[in-house]
Design a protein around this ligand. Structure first.
Ligand code: ZN
Length: 95
């Protein structure tokens, strides 16, 4: 893969990763709220159901991150940082 393609692919992956993070923030806030307000119901769903849905969202987001958040060059997982200048393993430049 050419370096320009790697840079473009990295930006696409980074954008998708940020979208996943945007879904997770309200999910975590909702879980936090639920844990202190167990009597809450939302859209007719009770505490247990809401908890399972939130757990499902987190699992899906993690699974997607493992799949998505990889170096476009060497396919290695990119770790926790969302803003990297180069691949720590293969050395491919992202910027
Ligand atoms: Zn790499």
């Amino acid at each position: 893969m050419e370096s320009n393609e790697i840079k473009a692919a990295y930006q696409r992956r980074r954008k998708r990763q940020l979208i996943v993070a945007l879904f997770l923030v309200p999910t975590f806030l909702g879980m936090l709220f639920l844990s202190s307000n167990p009597e809450t119901s939302l859209f007719g769903l009770d505490y247990d159901t809401l908890g399972k849905i939130a757990f499902g969202i987190v699992i899906c987001a993690l699974a997607y991150s493992v799949y998505n958040w990889r170096c476009p060059g060497c396919r290695k997982y990119l770790g926790r940082s969302i803003n990297q200048n180069y691949c720590a393993r293969g050395g491919a430049k992202f910027k």
